[in-house]
Design a protein around this ligand. Structure first.
Ligand code: 6CM
Length: 258
């Protein structure tokens, strides 16, 4: 059916995979919509309330200091522009379990508890213990999605991965040596292409990817605020730099995956 001009299209298209029949699906749909909206807002008009805590080249990281029941739950927003890679590539390497040990430095063990569909998995991860706190683990669903640009012919397509904590009957929280953390993470990517003026094929020199990474992590149990904030200040920039360098390295001799 033809779309009348002025019609506002939904931000996310309907699911194309059978994950829509999974019991987690309504939550996945809801959280993905919400996270994409939140990431697309950037820092808002004035950037008010966001505190720049790390800067390196094109990368900027901002946080808001927030506590719930005395626990640090600072929301984080990071923006980065990386040359030579596409949003599809960034999301592919962020989502796919087979690459996770290559770039995730805080990881001790990762288990895929369930492959809900090609675009959605359930993960159990244990992370390295950070003294003086207890070791942490996390269970989250992870969903990768392409949001084609239907509204603005010149606007970029979006690829996104959203990770969000959930429960699993075989792995109750805080039943072993680990304290369960709760997280919501969104990696949102827009690819910019400047085609060569002479009409020659597009190469990696003609593309760049704008990444917006948002996260909220609740440590789930006692962790000293100053240690946690120092940890985030060190680890988040390290993660984004290391991860994007990894994607550049993995893709440099491969065909561009738009
Ligand atoms: O988004 C990132 N990674 C994803 C794939 O692993 C996923 C998982 C994130 C888990 C983040 C856990 C960070 C460790 C938090 C420890 C907190 C408690 C310790 C207490 C210390 C006093 O979304 C990249 C995440 C990069 C994190 C720096």
């Amino acid at each position: 059916e033809r779309i009348k001009s002025g019609t506002v299209l939904p931000i996310t298209p309907p699911p194309t995979f059978p994950s829509s029949s999974h019991p987690l699906w309504p939550e996945i749909e809801h959280v993905v919509q919400q996270q994409v909206e939140w990431a697309r807002l950037g820092l808002g008009d004035s950037g008010s309330g966001w505190q720049l805590f790390a800067e390196d080249g094109e990368m900027r990281m901002y946080r808001r200091e927030e506590e719930v029941d005395g626990m640090v739950v600072d929301p984080l927003k990071a923006v980065h522009i990386v040359k030579g890679i596409t949003g599809h590539e960034v999301c592919h390497y962020f989502f796919s379990p087979q690459y996770r040990y290559d770039w995730e430095t805080t990881l001790e063990q990762m288990t895929v508890l369930e492959t809900i569909s090609e675009d959605t998995c359930l993960f159990l991860q244990t992370h390295k213990r950070i003294w003086p706190a207890s070791q942490r683990d996390v269970i989250f669903w992870s969903h990768i999605r392409h949001l084609p640009n239907n509204q603005d012919r010149d606007g970029p397509d979006i690829w996104t991965v959203v990770n969000h904590s959930t429960e699993h009957k075989d792995h109750p929280a805080n039943s072993g040596k680990c304290v369960r953390i709760f997280l919501t993470v969104c990696m949102l990517c827009q690819t910019r292409v400047i085609p060569p003026k002479d009409g020659t094929p597009i190469t990696r020199d003609d593309i760049s990817c704008k990444i917006t990474y948002c996260s909220v992590v609740n440590p789930g149990g006692w962790a000293p605020a100053s240690v946690l904030r120092a940890l985030y200040k060190r680890e988040y920039p390290k993660f984004l730099k290391r991860f994007t360098a990894y994607v550049i390295n993995q893709t440099k001799d491969k065909q561009i995956m738009f």
